[in-house]
Design a protein around this ligand. Structure first.
Ligand SMILES: [Mg+2]
Length: 358
């Protein structure tokens, strides 16, 4: 099977409500879709999201793709390209020709060629992965937050939920945690994400205050700046009553440094197939579990299903699932990897046309 042609789409997806955290607020997503076509009539599809500003217009997108990406794909075998290990050095360091969207499309083709769902191709044998509802709620008022929790409850996320913290005022955090309990019940597992809002000292003060107020926190995510490895090591040592989840904002080298410094209890991975699996291998070597952060259209379910030490998968119920004929299914707090060939997400052509931004 050889790659012979491609199609690009640029989509603009207005969100149902603002999403954000202690640092950012977004009202829309920009999406690049790459379709790779083969001489055997298969097409693989990949997706990439940009937040905060538009992606290049379609003509420029095509020019960039033709220049930097396409020469490396034309005539290539999807399996070989998907598995190729490169060693970027010097001026080559960067995303390179195998962008996350291209890599997703390649793995989709591999699954279609082998007539296997992607999680099988990656070695997984159980399509059900524990998932948690992630509310991205920082920019919502209390009433809107309650509605969002209700929606997650109705979607079956009654066991596990993650909310945002990190307001200047500790009372705000405590009020939101109380709302979680009121809406989800006392038994729900709660994770919180501060998105680098704090210092080490402030993190210790906050987490102790949550505990004193009766809130058990399963993990605290990204409390301090991403590269403060000593700070994270101190938090892991001192926060004996919860877990420190970090790594979301770091590349492979940064994740390695976290592990080397004993500076992470749960390593957050949510990159491309190859980068996620490499980081998860490394975490396994240190005996550290991983969690799968948000991935476009929840395609990370295939990765999570193939990683033996993945605790759970994040689900934020975002509008990007609108463009799928059949989005990834969630059932009673589990994500179910589809048994269709490849990653199993086919494009709803009417919706793609609706959101397309020429
Ligand atoms: Mg996060």
């Amino acid at each position: 099977m050889k790659i012979t042609d491609y199609t690009l789409h640029r989509l603009h997806l207005p969100l149902r409500e603002p999403i954000g955290d202690s640092q950012v607020r977004f009202v829309d997503h920009w999406m690049t879709i790459v379709e790779l076509h083969t001489d055997e009539g298969h097409s693989g599809v990949g997706f990439q999201i940009q937040q905060g500003m538009p992606i290049a217009n379609p003509a420029d997108l095509r020019t960039q793709f033709e220049y930097a990406v396409w020469p490396n794909l034309l005539g290539g075998s999807p399996l070989g390209l998907a598995q190729r290990i490169t060693r970027p050095r010097g001026g080559n360091v960067g995303t390179g020709p195998r962008t996350p969207a291209v890599e997703t499309a390649l793995w989709d083709l591999v699954g279609k060629q082998q007539q296997q769902p992607l999680y099988h191709v990656l070695g997984g044998d159980n399509p059900r992965v524990p998932a948690y509802g992630s509310t991205l709620d920082f920019r919502l008022d209390d009433a809107e937050f309650r509605l969002k929790l209700k929606r997650f409850r109705e979607l079956g996320f009654t066991a596990s939920v993650k909310t945002k913290v990190g307001a200047p005022d500790l009372a705000w955090d405590l009020r939101r945690l109380a709302i979680v309990k009121e809406e989800m019940g006392d038994d729900v597992r709660v994770m919180v994400d501060a998105n680098e809002a704090w210092s080490v000292k402030e993190t210790l003060i906050r987490l102790n205050a949550y505990r004193d107020a009766g809130h058990e926190i399963f993990w605290i995510e990204d409390p301090i700046t991403r590269e403060d490895y000593e700070g994270y090591a101190r938090l892991c040592a001192e926060l004996s009553f919860t877990r420190v989840n970090t790594g979301e904002y770091l590349d492979y080298s940064g994740k390695r440094r976290l592990l080397e410094h004993n500076a992470v209890d749960v390593l957050n991975v949510h990159d491309s197939v190859s980068a996620t699996r490499a980081a998860a291998w490394l975490a396994a070597d240190y005996g550290v579990p991983v969690s799968l952060g948000n991935t476009v259209l929840e395609l990370g379910v295939h990765l999570a299903a193939s990683l033996p030490e993945c605790l759970c998968l994040e689900f934020s119920d975002l509008v990007w699932n609108d463009i799928a004929v059949e989005p990834i299914r969630f059932e009673a707090g589990f994500a179910i990897a589809p048994d269709r060939h490849g990653h199993g997400i086919a494009l709803d052509r009417d919706k793609v046309a609706f959101y397309s931004c020429p």
